[in-house]
Design a protein around this ligand. Sequence first.
Ligand SMILES: Nc1ncnc2c1ncn2[C@@H]1O[C@H](COP(=O)(O)OP(=O)(O)OP(=O)(O)O)[C@@H](O)[C@H]1O
Ligand SMILES: Nc1nc(=O)c2ncn([C@H]3C[C@H](O)[C@@H](CO)O3)c2[nH]1
Length: 231
Amino acid sequence: IDSSQRRRRALYLCNLYFSIRIICVEGNIASGKTTCLDYFSNTSNIQVLTEPEQLWRTLEGLKLLHLMYQDPQRWGISLQTYIQLTMLDKHLSATTAPVTMMERSIFSAKHIFVENLYRSGKMLEVDYIILNEWFDWITTNVSLPVNLIVYLQTSPQTCYERLKQRCREEEMVIPLEYLEFIHQLHEDWLIKGTSAPVPAPVLVIPADYDLQKMLHKYEEHREKILAATNS
Ligand SMILES: Nc1ncnc2c1ncn2[C@@H]1O[C@H](COP(=O)(O)OP(=O)(O)OP(=O)(O)O)[C@@H](O)[C@H]1O
Ligand SMILES: Nc1nc(=O)c2ncn([C@H]3C[C@H](O)[C@@H](CO)O3)c2[nH]1
């Protein structure tokens, strides 16, 4: 077997032996994922793997994320191809603590965002098929263990208000309707189970509440989220 297979096998066995627990925090744009990750990072010994947004904003001088929001037809496939690679890299990052919490996953990149581009007619079928083949090959040939998905369930309206307050430059063009589509895809995937398989059990946390109440909710769910056992 070649060196990359040896590395993957070592990573898998290492995770198994040290009963590493990998949690993916999923949710709409501005649903509070970073706030959730920050809370657990500040109150427990965990490793946090945030979304590599900066890579998506500065690829060879290209603001790929910004370009996709401006012209999804032209830039959607480029962004999703790069996001699939950067998220795969995140999944394969060496784990440095008994519990790792990831912001989103290669799974939501595919089942939420690629799906949205294709269903809204902003991605050519041939591009969608190629991305699917890549995703199927990766998830068949590479061990990407996830022990729990934490779904921060919000209303699109709440995310829209938070997004407007946060005012990230490239997100200022996002209409409420986009958040409604992204919300529905999360519900189909993580609540109804009607769109695609989930890679782990799903813990749903209603996340429309204010910051203080959300921090209490995260504390309430600490045991369920961090239980450092390998399921
Ligand atoms: N419970 C809350 N009540 C009010 N505002 C909140 C709450 N949680 C987070 N926010 C604010 O909403 C914005 C989005 O929060 P955050 O960055 O945690 O979301 P996110 O899901 O990581 O966003 P993205 O997916 O876009 O990276 C931030 O400005 C944050 O301060
Ligand atoms: N098109 C697209 N595909 C993805 O896989 C994806 N993952 C995250 N995002 C957007 C949401 C926030 O604006 C910003 C930070 O989450 O990046 C994505 N956009």
